[in-house]
Design a protein around this ligand. Structure first.
Ligand code: SF4
Ligand code: FES
Length: 262
């Protein structure tokens, strides 16, 4: 494919030729993007794109710049652009990160490799299929189970004191971005493993004192591709952009199953 030149870079070059003086340039970085469409490509390839960036440019900003000015065909998924929707996970220089939450300036590199997350089927280029993550999330019943509804309760709400909120609040920050599943070595070996995302969410509800579904949830995760597959590598917790600690949630869940907690 013929390499296009970014319009801003062209402008700098023309100005420099005209005036014969050094025109201040923005920093230039090369995005090396892995391209693969499973519906038509027999193998993947990498394509390089040079773009100007500023201190505040995120990887997603740079990618959208490439899409707008150099190659419309790049497959990338995003929505909120503020680390809230969980859509833009990808491997950035080899590590799973959110593209909208990663500034180019903090990568300390002029070549940035962008690849789809590991442990997910590829839909196209940087977009992966989340069906399995959502199915596992659904399997652990991610909602409060309690026959007493807010309506029948006299206060019209479940009251909780701060001590009880503390038990689960960290885990409630999960945005289902899948970075933890992508970093997990067990997921790489066992595609049926329920995964750190779903296990962290199982803990989130089990630890919530409004919930009465503990036994049902523990039954779901206590199976051959469930919680015991985790070898406690801890890589899930290292990559989480929201401060969730799935590895700790898994250990605490094991405590219930082993009878150390009730
Ligand atoms: S636990 Fe963290 S890394 Fe895993 S899906 Fe939730 S927010 Fe993403
Ligand atoms: S675009 Fe929503 S998390 Fe990045």
């Amino acid at each position: 494919m013929e390499q296009k030149i970014h319009p801003k870079i062209k402008e700098y070059q023309e100005k420099q030729e005209e005036s014969k003086v050094e025109v201040p340039k923005a920093n230039l970085v090369t995005l090396k993007i892995k391209k693969y469409n499973p519906n038509k490509d027999s193998s993947s390839s990498y394509q390089n794109y040079q773009v100007p960036v500023e201190k505040w440019t995120t990887v997603l900003d740079a990618l959208l710049d490439v899409k707008q000015n150099l190659d419309h065909s790049i497959g990338v998924r995003y929505s909120c652009r503020q680390a809230a929707c969980g859509s833009c996970g990808m491997k950035i220089n080899g590590k799973p990160k959110l593209a909208c939450f990663t500034k180019i300036s903090e990568l300390d590199s002029t070549e940035i490799t962008l690849e789809p997350m590991d442990n997910f089927p590829i839909t196209r280029d940087l977009v992966v299929d989340f069906s399995r993550l959502f199915a596992n999330h659904k399997k652990i019943m991610p909602y409060i189970m309690n026959n007493e509804s807010e309506i029948s309760n006299g206060t019209k709400e479940f009251l909780q004191d701060p001590k009880h909120v503390e038990e689960y609040i960290q885990f409630a920050g999960c945005i289902k971005c899948g970075l933890c599943n992508s970093a997990c070595p067990t997921m790489a070996m066992d595609s049926s493993f329920v995964g750190p995302q779903a296990l962290a969410q199982a803990y989130r509800y089990v630890a919530d004192n409004r919930d009465k579904g503990k036994d049902n949830r523990l039954k779901v995760i206590d199976e051959s591709h469930g919680i015991w597959r985790c070898h406690f590598a801890g890589s899930c917790s290292q990559v989480c952009p929201k401060g969730v600690d799935p590895a700790m949630g898994i250990q605490l869940l094991r405590g219930y199953l082993l009878g150390f907690r009730d």
